[in-house]
Design a protein around this ligand. Structure first.
Ligand code: GBH
Length: 593
């Protein structure tokens, strides 16, 4: 299929390439058309550029997989569906009883509870240059920015989901099925949450629509439905079209609002007849905190580095709110949510300073977005007193626009951590913008205080994910806190949770890799915690495990594994890990008929 592709965009080239040319030939001054220019690095030019030019200029050569056509499905062999032997979790009981582990008849996931697995486009799709996809900032980060990714890997091929979403590998080894959708369906997983690549639909971020990308996602959605897997779609999981970054600074510019809404409109119009569950943006805390992007590879900005995440956040709120309202008007029966992230925040001690640190941590993390979206249309007080020094206040109209724009509190809630006041106190920190904890001024730790023994909150994940510990005991309190604080109309959903088994990357024997005891106990205890929360009256409406396959773990490349399936990245074969059976088993036992 060829010429459905959009052909060109007009953009102004800035940043590394342009600046280097100018500065390498001209040092302190230069002549242009005979006149003297003081600052050659400020030269800019308007060029007609097509998608291939974009790749050549900003990314360079990319790799492609062995399989570059959509592979037809064959069944998963039943021998692969046998669960592993059980693990034993409880400590020894006190007293003399022999422990009996029985089904708890007062627990249950409600009938309409949605559960499944999640992924994101750049982490699994591969085929980055196929069928008209334009580059995103992540193609530049992985290809061009020195040492940005631990193992220098890229998403060029990843799990090749772009071609293997139905099936894979069968073309070469008739005894093995390696499918994304069919393999989750074979275990009875009823939902798959994936993200759409914005720069596939709009190679330049705005402007012409790429019909080949629409056809691809149409077929993915249809394949899900054919396998009785409910498709859930995230519009934005960090893969910003490069052109939008390099023309106006991406999320740092208000221009993003219209472009995001235009993209959402196309996605709703083309997929909304079959997709009812939508997430607008994934974890703005994370992608806004990536600003400033590494110098010299992207368009620069004069906005103070410390302010950039909050400028991004302001534009995210406006873009999300408009996309939500548009979606509800186009698809009245749909569920559309903002996807937030964070951990439960526990005061390290019972001091009032630590309690204040905890409140500030909520305000500067979940509350940054959740308070405007669920409660007031505006920021929480402590955050507002910081951002009001440089951001325009939301107008009444904007507050009304933003308030009430998420059906569910969709939370990527992997872990928990302790918070405490900085050594010199919160007030001194707030007064000192060079304090490394500024502006939240909440210090954090994954360990209990020394007087409480100094133990970690729970077993650590792989050292490549130092932020992640198994802290599942705190999950019921966490879910209750969200419900009580932000009162989401459609309940709370855990839209990502998962665990990086320590040192899995160093395991060389496949059978060892497939036995993942800490990840298994994480899922076991997490689901038990959700059951407890539900039994105590928290309206938990769904959960999505991260992830269905090992994938490109952003800046840690392929060295950190979150998959419930192992992927041999050479052959693209997939194998179920033990944890996948633990995950599925919870619903076999506790999902209401
Ligand atoms: C998820 O975010 C992402 O949505 C998903 O794409 C990713 O694969 C998954 O996590 C597993 O990592 O390194 O100390 O600076 C989870 C929330 C917030 C966790 C940012 C990592 C960086 C902490 N993430 N955090 S640190």
């Amino acid at each position: 299929m060829a010429p459905l592709l959009p052909t060109c965009a007009i953009l102004t080239l800035v940043g590394a390439a342009a600046a280097q040319n100018a500065t390498s030939t001209l040092s302190a001054s230069a002549t242009v058309n005979g006149s003297l220019v003081a600052n050659p690095s400020a030269f800019a030019t308007a060029l007609q550029v097509d998608v291939d030019d974009l790749w050549n200029l900003f990314v360079g050569p990319v790799s492609s997989a062995d399989i570059t056509t959509t592979v037809a499905p064959t069944p998963v062999p039943s021998s692969e569906l046998i669960p592993p032997p059980p693990l034993y979790y409880s400590p020894f009981p006190s007293g003399q009883q022999v422990p009996v582990i029985a089904k708890n008849e007062s627990w249950g996931f409600p009938k309409d509870f949605w559960w499944g697995v999640a992924s994101a486009a750049y982490q699994v799709e591969g085929a980055v240059q196929a069928e008209g996809r334009g580059p995103s900032i992540w193609d530049v980060l992985t290809h061009r920015v020195t040492d940005f990714v631990a193992d220098n890997s890229t998403g060029d091929i990843a799990d090749n989901q772009y071609y293997l979403y139905k099936q894979g590998q069968q073309w070469r080894l008739s005894w093995l099925a390696a499918i994304n959708i069919a393999r989750i369906a074979a275990l009875g997983v009823p939902a798959y949450s994936f993200s759409i690549s914005w720069s596939r639909i709009f190679p330049f971020g705005s402007g012409p629509v790429n019909e080949e990308a629409i056809a691809h996602y149409n077929d993915m959605i249809d394949t899900c439905i054919q396998y009785n897997v409910t498709p859930m779609v995230t519009l934005y999981h960090w893969d910003l079209p490069l052109v939008l970054q390099n023309t106006y600074g991406g999320w740092l510019s208000e221009n993003i609002v219209n472009d995001f809404v235009a993209y959402a409109r196309v996605a709703y119009a083309r997929f909304g007849d079959r997709v009812n569950h939508w997430f607008t943006v994934n974890e703005p805390i994370v992608f806004c905190d990536m600003y400033p992007l590494p110098a010299n590879y992207f368009k620069n900005t004069s906005i103070t580095a410390l302010h950039q995440p909050f400028v991004c956040g302001q534009n995210v709120l406006l873009a999300h709110a408009q996309a939500y309202r548009l979606g509800k008007s186009m698809m009245p029966g749909s569920t559309i949510s903002f996807k937030n992230n964070g951990g439960y925040k526990i005061p390290l001690t019972n001091s009032s300073a630590d309690a204040e640190a905890v409140q500030r941590a909520w305000d500067f993390n979940e509350g940054w977005f959740a308070t405007p979206i669920f409660l007031t249309g505006d920021y929480p007080a402590s955050l507002k007193s910081f951002v009001s020094t440089f951001l325009p206040a939301f107008t009444e109209e904007q507050k009304t626009l933003i308030n009430g724009t998420s059906d569910v509190f969709a939370h990527d809630a992997y872990t928990s951590q302790f918070y405490f006041a900085p050594d010199d106190g919160i007030a001194a920190c707030i007064a000192n913008s060079s304090n490394p904890l500024y502006p939240s001024c909440a210090n954090t730790s994954y360990a209990y205080s020394a007087s409480d023994g100094g133990w970690l909150i729970g077993p650590a994940a792989d050292p490549g994910s130092p932020w992640l510990h198994k802290a599942t005991d705190w999950v019921p309190a966490f879910l209750r806190y969200i419900q009580d604080t932000w009162k989401p109309p459609g309940g709370v959903a855990v839209t990502e949770f998962g665990f990086a088994e320590p040192f899995e990357y160093s395991k060389k024997i496949r059978a060892d890799i497939l036995f993942d005891p800490i990840r298994s106990s994480y899922y076991h205890d997490y689901l038990q915690a959700i059951l407890i929360a539900i039994s105590e009256g928290v309206n938990v409406v769904g959960c999505l495990a991260w992830s269905l396959v090992d994938n490109l773990e952003w800046s840690t490349g392929y060295t950190v594994k979150f998959g419930m399936q192992y992927v041999n990245l050479t052959t693209q074969e997939r194998y179920y890990k033990a944890s996948f059976f633990t995950y599925v088993n919870a619903f076999q036992q506790y999902l209401a008929e």
